[in-house]
Design a binder for this molecule. Structure first.
Ligand SMILES: NC(=O)c1ccc[n+]([C@@H]2O[C@H](COP(=O)([O-])OP(=O)(O)OC[C@H]3O[C@@H](n4cnc5c(N)ncnc54)[C@H](OP(=O)(O)O)[C@@H]3O)[C@@H](O)[C@H]2O)c1
Length: 307
C-alpha cells in the first residue's frame, strides 16, 4: 500500500508516517510542519535553540515532533539524518526547505548549502523513502528571474560527481562579476540547480516508486524574507498580488504536493510567487539602458537575484 495512503495517526507513534523537514526550525519549514500535522514530524537544522523552541510550540498544538541536528552542506550529517529518521518510522515525505539567502553568506557558502545540500538530501533519502513517498525541494523565484544563458547548467552534474570541482568552477565564473553581484547570482544558480536536480532525478526516483519535485516561492514573510525585504520591495509593489506571501500559503502547496491527490506530479517545479515573474522584466532587460519611454520599467540587477 502507498504509505501516503495509510490511515494517519495510528495509536502507535512509531507507525505514523514520518515527514522530515530540513530548515524546519523557522519560516516555510515550520509552517509546513503544521500543514503535515498528521505525520510524525522531524525538524532538522543547525541551530538547536531554534529547533527546540519550534518543537515546543508545535507539541503544545498537539503535533508529534522530534528534532535532529543537521547541516545539509555536510553529506555525512545528511546521511545521519536519513538513517535516524528511518529508525523513527516509515519516511514518506521529505521537505527540503533549508537554505541561505544572499544576505546570509558569500557565494561559496550559498552554493555549498543550497546546491550541494540539495544533492546530499537526494542521495541520502532516495534509499530511505518508502515507495509512494515524495521529496519536495524548496527553490526560489530567483531561479525564474535569471536568463538561462547566464546559468552554468553544463556544470550541474559535477555537484554530485565532483562537488569541489563544481564549487571551484562556479565560483571562478562568479569572480568575473563585481563583488556586489556574486552572492545574488550564486543564489540564483543554486536555486536553478535545485529545480534542475528534481527534474533530472525524477526518472531515478520513479524507478523506486518515489516522486520528486520543487516548489519556487516568491517573496515570503519569514526571517529570510525580512532579511531581503529592502531589495525585493520594487518587485512586490508591481506584482499582481502586491504583498509578501505567507509561509502558510507555501506550506499548504507543499502539503498538497506531498499528498496522494498529487500522485501524478513529479519532475517539475511549481512557481508560487504572487505573479512576480509574470510582471518582471528579465535581468538582461534590467541591464539594458532604456531607449524610449515605452520600455518596460527596469529594476537594478541585484534585487532581481535576491530571494
Ligand atoms: N522567504 C522568502 O522570501 C523565500 C523566497 C524564495 C525562496 N525561499 C526559500 O525557502 C526556503 C525556506 O526559507 P525561509 O524563508 O523559511 O527562511 P528561514 O526562516 O531563514 O529558514 C531557513 C532555514 O534553513 C536552515 N538552514 C540554513 N542553512 C542550513 C544548513 N546548512 N543546514 C541545515 N539547515 C539550514 C535555517 O536554520 P539554521 O540556520 O538554524 O540551520 C533556517 O531554519 C529556503 O530554501 C529559501 O531559499 C525563501
Amino acid at each position: 500500500m502507498n504509505p501516503n495512503q495509510r490511515p494517519l495517526n495510528p495509536t502507535n507513534p512509531a507507525l505514523r508516517p514520518v515527514c522530515v523537514i530540513t530548515g524546519g526550525g523557522s519560516g516555510i519549514g515550520k509552517a509546513t510542519a503544521r500543514a503535515m500535522a498528521e505525520h510524525r514530524i522531524i525538524l532538522a537544522g543547525r541551530t538547536q535553540s531554534k529547533l527546540s523552541d519550534t518543537a515546543a510550540e508545535l507539541r503544545a498544538e498537539g503535533l508529534d515532533v522530534l528534532i535532529l541536528m543537521c547541516d545539509v552542506a555536510d553529506a555525512r550529517s545528511v546521511d545521519g539524518l536519513a538513517r535516524i529518521a528511518a529508525e523513527l518510522g516509515p519516511v514518506t515525505t521529505v521537505v527540503h526547505a533549508a537554505g541561505m539567502s544572499p544576505h546570509m553568506g558569500d557565494a561559496e557558502e550559498l552554493l555549498r548549502v543550497n546546491a550541494l545540500g540539495t544533492a546530499h538530501v537526494h542521495q541520502a533519502f532516495a534509499p530511505v523513502l518508502q515507495p509512494g513517498g515524495c521529496l519536495i525541494d524548496v527553490s526560489s523565484v530567483a531561479a525564474h528571474l535569471v536568463p538561462s544563458m547566464v546559468l552554468p547548467r553544463r556544470l550541474y552534474p559535477l555537484a554530485t560527481t565532483a562537488p569541489d570541482e563544481f564549487i571551484n568552477r562556479v565560483t571562478r565564473l562568479l569572480a568575473l562579476l563585481s563583488p556586489s553581484h556574486r552572492a545574488g547570482l550564486a543564489y540564483a544558480i543554486s536555486k536553478d540547480y535545485v529545480i534542475w536536480l528534481a527534474r533530472t532525478n525524477a526518472a531515478r526516483f520513479g524507478k523506486l516508486g518515489l516522486r520528486v519535485l520543487s516548489v519556487s516561492p516568491g517573496y515570503v514573510d519569514t526571517p529570510m524574507g525580512a532579511a531581503e525585504a529592502e531589495s525585493t520591495s520594487s518587485y512586490l509593489s508591481d506584482a499582481p498580488i502586491a504583498r509578501f506571501g505567507r509561509p502558510e500559503e507555501l506550506a499548504a502547496l507543499i502539503a498538497f504536493c506531498a499528498g496522494p491527490e498529487a500522485g501524478y506530479l513529479t519532475g517539475t517545479d511549481i512557481l508560487c510567487d504572487g505573479g512576480v515573474v509574470s510582471t518582471s522584466p528579465s535581468v538582461l532587460s534590467a541591464l539594458r539602458r532604456p531607449t524610449n519611454t515605452q520600455e518596460p520599467k527596469t529594476r537594478p540587477l541585484a534585487p532581481a537575484l535576491a530571494a
